[in-house]
Design a protein around this ligand. Structure first.
Ligand code: 56B
Length: 350
């Protein structure tokens, strides 16, 4: 997504040393980097890259370990439209709740993925649009086999209703039709998702747009992350192995999905370096305010760093990697490292 790349580069270019330092950050060009992607990238490309990113790229010799989609064995897959419906609902429900401020993790990604899988195995109509429109909180709990009220249950139920309604209104009730109408273009699919599933909400200082939230405003600039919508595309690509519903001619336009895990892995690798205040907040589990400069910088610099890594791998080793593959590698490392210290933001817009 060019919009994601350009805005991540813009945030990276103006990120303060006090928060996130990328070492090869284009600080000098702060005032000239604009939203015009061509201009942004020209300036950023002119930065000599002799940083930690290069060291990491050299160390792995441009070889990113291949991580298979569903390496955890928790997703539903039947090679057809029901899988598309499943992935769409799963990604719509990925309201991250950083459990963070508290102690234990409530309803993790694994719970959601395997809960919905089990529900579909029991009843193939469980995710039909007319059912989605009518679920109540307790019914959703039952569907997910979750013993107590879900975290932010009302919000999840509201989102399910919206998904059901819009799928019915515009796509004959089927997420597979939404995917078909994108004509094998990842960028078009993301555009369709953010256009058809809009919800405007003001949270803290930032405006999050979309049931699949796409953009945030930072100092008057729109910053695009498209995390969940891009994850949906990546899930289709991974599940269907680039065929059928997973065939996208522009899959290389997808960036990483800026969550809280990938930045923590990049920090561990030394690619992201946080200033002392931010380091201190993260290491002592303090909340990072949603929509704050710190949060945006952490997420956008992660996108920028991985794009840089990808470019370097291409230049030095002649390999064209997808950001999706780098993301899955980093993410899978992160989820397996329980001791990883990550930023904690209490937000449903992840
Ligand atoms: N960057 C990135 N972030 C990802 C994923 C995935 C799942 N990808 C699937 C695709 C193939 C594999 O087999 C994976 O299962 C989830 N997440 C995010 O992690 C968070 C987990 O929250 P919690 O469990 O509550 O702590 C949540 O924000 C969720 O949105 C990914 O791939 N990359």
């Amino acid at each position: 997504m060019e919009a994601v790349r350009a805005s991540a580069a813009w945030v990276a270019s103006r990120s303060s040393h006090d928060n996130v330092d990328l070492q090869d950050r284009p600080v000098l060009f702060l005032s000239v980097v604009t939203f015009c992607p061509a201009v942004s990238w020209w300036y950023i490309e002119s930065i000599a890259c002799c940083s930690k990113i290069e060291k990491v790229v050299d160390k792995i010799q441009g070889n990113v370990p291949k991580v298979e989609w569903d390496f955890e064995g928790i997703h539903y897959f039947d090679n057809g439209p029901l899988t598309v419906q499943y992935l769409f609902i799963l990604d719509a429900l990925l309201l991250l709740l950083l459990a963070s401020l508290g102690t234990d993790k409530d309803l993790s990604y694994d719970h959601l993925a395997s809960g919905l899988k089990l529900a579909l195995e029991k009843d193939k109509t469980a995710l039909d649009a007319d059912r989605l429109k009518n679920y109540t909180g307790p019914e959703l709990r039952h569907l997910l086999n979750w013993p107590r009220p879900l975290p932010i249950e009302e919000e999840r139920v509201r989102l399910l209703h919206e998904v059901g309604l819009e799928l019915e209104r515009s796509f004959g009730g089927q997420a597979a039709n939404l995917v078909k109408s994108a004509g094998n273009s990842a960028a078009t699919l993301i555009e369709l998702i953010t256009r058809h599933f809009p919800v405007q909400q003001l949270i803290g200082p930032c405006l999050a747009i979309g049931l699949f939230p796409g953009s945030f405003t930072l100092k008057g600039h729109q910053v695009f992350l498209y995390k969940r919508a891009q994850i949906f595309v990546a899930d289709l690509w991974g599940a269907f192995k680039g065929q059928n519903y997973g065939e996208f001619h522009d899959i290389n336009s997808i960036t990483i999905f800026a969550d809280y895990i990938v930045p923590a892995v990049l920090r561990e690798l030394g690619i992201l370096k946080y200033g002392s205040n931010l380091s201190c907040s993260i290491d002592s589990n303090c909340e990072i305010v949603p929509g704050s400069e710190e949060e945006m910088e952490i997420r956008a610099c992660s996108i920028y760093a991985v794009e840089k890594m990808r470019d370097l791998i291409s230049k030095k080793f002649g390999k064209q990697l997808l950001s999706i593959d780098i993301d899955l590698w980093l993410w899978s490392c992160g989820v397996q490292n329980m001791a990883l210290s990550h930023h904690r933001t209490l937000s449903i817009y992840y």
